[in-house]
Design a protein around this ligand. Sequence first.
Ligand SMILES: Nc1ncnc2c1ncn2[C@@H]1O[C@H](COP(=O)(O)OP(=O)(O)O)[C@@H](O)[C@H]1O
Ligand SMILES: [Mg+2]
Length: 169
Amino acid sequence: MKNLDLELTSLADTEKLGRLLGEIAKPGDLIILSGGLGAGKTTITQFIGAGLKLPADCYITSPTFSLMHEYRGRLTLYHMDLYRLSSEEEIEELGFLDYIYGDGLTVIEWPDRLGSLLPDEYLEVKLEAGEDEDTRSARLTAIGPEWLNRMTVIKQTFSKKIRKSAKIT
Ligand SMILES: Nc1ncnc2c1ncn2[C@@H]1O[C@H](COP(=O)(O)OP(=O)(O)O)[C@@H](O)[C@H]1O
Ligand SMILES: [Mg+2]
């Protein structure tokens, strides 16, 4: 099962998903976060940080202007926001591939900028606005065997949150 469609009906659901992803993350992992402004990309990254056991005084903020923030938890978290970048060359020149292919967990907002730089293994979380203010839909797509294996545990944990209309594709 490559895709999993979840209905996150509250911030607490997003927290549960983020924490789980932080807990099951392995060295070298990449999670890309798609979705428009306000979809919840930075918010879910904060919960991923909690799952990685970042120190409590370590508050994750949007890296829109600084492009990348680094935090040390169970794994090092590299949190990037590529919104202000426009080309693959620019991303390469900044040395971001060293992080993406490094030993930490890289989480990337606005990952479409990566284009052909995307590796063979990653998890995509696509967040979209839902029916009300606190509702989001999340489509998880596992690329490569590493994340595909872990989809089972995510599916079990969220068995009650799988979207009825589009269960598994
Ligand atoms: N279920 C939810 N999941 C994620 N964010 C939510 C949810 N419900 C409300 N929000 C709010 O939506 C906003 C999302 O903003 P942010 O995470 O900065 O979005 P992005 O990084 O995608 O632009 C936050 O203020 C957050 O508290
Ligand atoms: Mg953001």
